[in-house]
Design a protein. Structure first.
Ligand code: COA
Length: 149
């Protein structure tokens, strides 16, 4: 499946509000419309729609601040119809490539403790539980290998 991260435009924003997680996953991530609204009040946000085979399939929102060495995955979701098909993995690989190219030393995120599927997913990408909590969520971190090593 061809996975791309695409800019959200005036023409596509409504379509990017459509992808939904399964009912039992609703507590794990905010609806995309809310995330897109919140993002506009955070100058250091970076967000993209995830497309799979040309169809909107998910959403990614980050907080990036190279000056503060911050590369934080704020929201991430794949539509339930596209889950377990490698879309999330490829989208995260593209994000991590972007961060690496920007000189990030580490990437962080936080997961609700009752979301073990997400923890397994992020561990498969190299993230590890940091042993820290942030607002009741478990912090995970990935340390990038130094470039050229
Ligand atoms: C977590 C999420 C983004 C994963 O996306 P996805 O496209 O389904 O993930 P992939 O198909 O690329 O999975 C890659 C690997 O991660 C692991 N994985 C993914 N989802 C998993 C789950 N629910 N339980 C256990 N392992 C899981 C598996 O090892 C999987 O490989 P496999 O399918 O060959 O076994 C998706 O389930 C989702 O949107 N969940 C609801 C929202 C959410 O929890 N977001 C994260 C908030 S921090």
């Amino acid at each position: 499946m061809a996975v791309e991260l695409r800019k959200i435009t005036r023409e596509t924003v409504r379509a990017i509000c459509d992808p939904k997680v399964a009912d039992e996953q609703r507590g794990f991530v905010a609806p995309n419309a809310l995330s897109i609204a919140e993002a506009h009040f955070v100058p250091t946000h970076w967000m993209r729609a995830i497309y799979a085979d040309e169809e909107p399939a998910g959403f990614i929102l980050t907080h990036e601040d190279p000056a503060e060495e911050t590369y934080y995955l704020w929201r991430f979701m794949v539509d339930e119809r596209y889950q377990r098909r490698g879309v999330g993995r490829r989208a995260m690989e593209l994000l991590l490539e972007r961060w690496r190219a920007r000189g990030a030393a580490a990437a962080t995120l936080s997961v609700i403790p009752t979301n073990p599927g997400a923890i397994t997913f992020y561990e498969s990408l190299g993230f590890r539980l940091a042993g820290e909590e942030h607002r009741g969520e478990l912090v995970m971190r990935l340390e990038f290998e130094p470039l050229g090593s």
